[in-house]
Write a protein that binds this ligand. Structure first.
Ligand code: SAM
Length: 649
């Protein structure tokens, strides 16, 4: 999906009805927006009846607008004692409103005020891509997809129960009703899907019929004589819904990857057994005092940046749900400044911010003078400020995530998983002596490179990368208002020390190394010469710190999803042709970005397991597929090629 700068909606009214000047049309019927939503979209899809007793109900809307249909649906869902357990609402919108404009619009429906206020407080910054919002304690999941329908619809991976087509009148906005758009709806339709819209235009009906929808005219709303209601009734066998039958998983590894997995599954009603070889969570790669939460940026908004943006925003929202950074767990939402290495990179950073046009709440370019004021170093060139960036103590985040699982979590700590065998319909995880630790139909590896200790997963191309962090007494550094990242990172004080790091190499040494400390200090001195420990009371002192081993993949991106069965032959050239170990999944290779990836990756895996709409673009989910290396190796004609080298610093 190529990058298109987002153009927000312009708030306007025509005779008191919200109006879009760019389209020359109103957002809803002049006879009443809420009543129209109830008659056309809910009524046309036979809601609430159709969601009654269901575990999950999925709605896809084309044209989110001011969210009136969504609010009407959420309101109906809340009022219905027999509602589906979870309501998933996926909505595509090319020109989202600013939150302040939504407030003015929502004021027109005071009866929906509590819901519209909750929507606005979760409203994402206006940037292209998928934004998953958890509302009503996570029982209402709104996935906003900001972009043009032609680009976005093919990226939605969902089994939709009801479609709301609401893209202005076809004559005024033909793009939204283009046959190539409508005929693709069947790709995401669940077997018994229905559809509703206010238009009965013949080309719309023809395209829907071609897509397998049986259309029927019904009495319209207000001054409109007819509306359309349709039933998905294709001549072919629709795709069977996905999802596992028994909702019980064993998760191996209680770092941020595993803890987030437990939380995302437990909130969905899963039983989770968490195996950890240490007595407490986060003792290995997640054991650092501080992990940095910041997104990735690229001038062309490449796949890694888009994924990182989704991960950053979803992670921050999930953490807010948990109780907030510095409240439910240790950390500070102090902002992160990513320094430009030199004048050339500074220009590139500035151009990137200008061209992408992302909102200032997400990223701001700071010039050399502004960076000098913040850091006390006038020699720096400028940088990207992420105002919502943060540092977090991973162990305390893990504790908060696990506490949120409540009764659904069973901890099997101080147990070292060493063997995996499928017996009697479940994966049994045993220790080296053969003792059974736990069993379930689903097992999730979230134990970094230790995953490769199991015969079934030995071939996974993940490498341990040593990282040493230096702990400096806070008094030895100038007071920084935020986290600085450049040649290395330096945090604000965490338990009395500032963390500087981290080195990046394949050395196996678990002890602190002097040369690594020196490397960190040298990098710090480049970034903040005024903090040069040689000139401060640090010289000659034995510095403390921590060594951890990150789990890194050959392309530096995480592995999220079903693990490949390396013993089985690949009979095709697509990811879906790679045989998998049934019921075996991975949340691996977060590298140095455990804070960034853990929440979204867990949400993505939980969505896959449940057969829910995915929280990211389908093409982005594929970039995380753990089978990508096996497929690449197969295409190149040799299994060993999968073990690519991870380059050192
Ligand atoms: N359903 C909305 C509600 O309940 O408030 C009203 C939707 S309004 C009639 C149509 C929406 O479609 C507008 O918000 C508009 O920005 C959006 N839209 C128009 N063309 C689009 C396109 N090509 N792709 C995605 N969204 C588009």
């Amino acid at each position: 999906m190529s990058f298109h700068r987002l153009i927000p909606a312009t708030l306007s009214f025509a005779d008191g009805v919200p109006y879009a000047p760019a389209f020359g049309d109103v957002y809803h019927s002049a006879d009443g927006g809420l009543a129209q939503a109830r008659h056309v979209f809910l009524g046309g899809n036979r809601l609430p009846e159709r969601w009654r007793g269901a575990r999950r109900f999925v709605i896809l809307e084309t044209g989110f607008g001011l969210g009136l249909n969504f609010l009407a649906t959420w309101d109906a869902w809340r009022r219905d004692p027999q509602r589906a357990q979870t309501l998933h609402y996926v909505a595509i919108e090319k020109h989202p409103f600013h939150a302040a404009d939504l407030e003015r619009l929502h004021a027109l429906w005071p009866e929906l005020a509590p819901l519209s206020a909750a929507l606005r407080s979760a409203w994402p910054p206006l940037m292209p891509g998928f934004h998953r919002l958890l509302l009503d304690g996570g029982q209402v999941v709104l996935t906003l997809v900001f972009g043009d329908i032609a680009d976005c619809l093919p990226q939605i991976d969902a089994a939709v129960d009801a479609f709301y087509l609401d893209g202005f009148a076809p004559g005024k906005n033909p793009d939204m009703w283009a046959p190539q758009v409508l005929t693709r709806l069947n790709r995401v339709a669940a077997p018994h899907a229905t559809l509703a819209t206010y238009t009965v235009a013949a080309p719309v009906r023809q395209a829907l019929a071609q897509a397998g929808f049986a259309c029927e005219k019904r009495p319209g709303f207000g001054r409109k004589r007819d509306m359309l209601s349709a039933q998905f009734a294709p001549r072919w066998q629709p795709r069977a819904p996905r999802g596992v039958a028994e909702r019980h998983a064993v998760v191996i590894g209680a770092g941020v990857a595993g803890s987030a997995a437990c939380q995302r599954l437990a909130t969905r009603g899963w039983q989770v057994t968490l195996i950890e070889r240490h007595e407490r969570p986060a003792r290995e790669a997640s054991g650092n005092l501080a992990g940095i939460m910041m997104p990735l940026m690229s001038r062309d908004d490449n796949q890694a940046s888009r994924l990182a943006r989704a991960a950053f925003l979803f992670g921050l929202r999930l953490w807010r749900e948990l109780g907030g950074i510095g409240q439910a767990f240790a950390g500070e939402a102090c902002g992160v400044l990513q320094l430009a290495a030199d004048a050339e990179q500074a220009q590139l950073q500035r151009a990137t911010v200008e061209e992408l046009g992302f909102p200032g709440e997400f990223i701001r370019w700071l010039d050399a003078a502004e960076v000098g004021t913040l850091t006390g170093n006038p020699q720096l060139h400028g940088g990207w400020l992420f105002p919502q960036g943060a540092w977090v103590t991973p162990a305390s985040l893990c504790e908060a995530l696990l506490a949120a699982c409540g009764e659904r979590l069973r901890r099997r700590f101080a147990h070292d998983a060493a063997q995996l065998a499928f017996e009697d319909g479940a994966w049994q995880v045993r220790d080296a002596g053969g003792g059974l630790i736990a069993q379930a139909p689903v097992v999730i590896f979230a134990n970094g490179t230790n995953t490769t200790a199991f015969p079934q997963t030995r071939e996974l191309p993940v490498t341990p990368i040593r990282g040493q962090v230096t702990h400096l007494p806070a008094s030895a550094l100038p007071a920084l208002p935020l986290v600085l990242c450049g040649e290395c990172y330096v945090t604000r004080p965490v338990q009395g020390v500032c963390c500087v790091g981290a080195t990046y190499n394949t050395a196996p040494d678990p002890q602190l190394r002097r040369d690594s400390q020196e490397k960190n200090l040298a990098r710090l001195a480049q970034m903040l010469p005024q903090a040069n420990p040689q000139e401060r009371p640090l010289a000659g002192r034995d510095l403390t710190g921590r060594v951890g081993f990150r789990c890194v993949s050959a392309d530096r991106m995480p592995l999220v999803g079903a693990l490949p069965d390396h013993a089985a032959p690949i009979a095709g050239s697509r990811l879906r042709d790679v045989p998998r170990l049934p019921g075996v999944y991975g949340l691996l290779a977060y590298g140095s970005r455990g804070m960034l990836w853990s929440s979204l990756a867990a949400e993505l895996l939980a969505s896959m397991l449940e057969g829910e709409p995915l929280p990211v673009e389908a093409e982005l989910a594929l970039t995380l597929d753990p089978a990508r290396f096996a497929l690449k190796a197969h295409r190149r004609g040799g299994a060993n090629a999968a073990k690519e080298e991870c380059k050192e610093e």
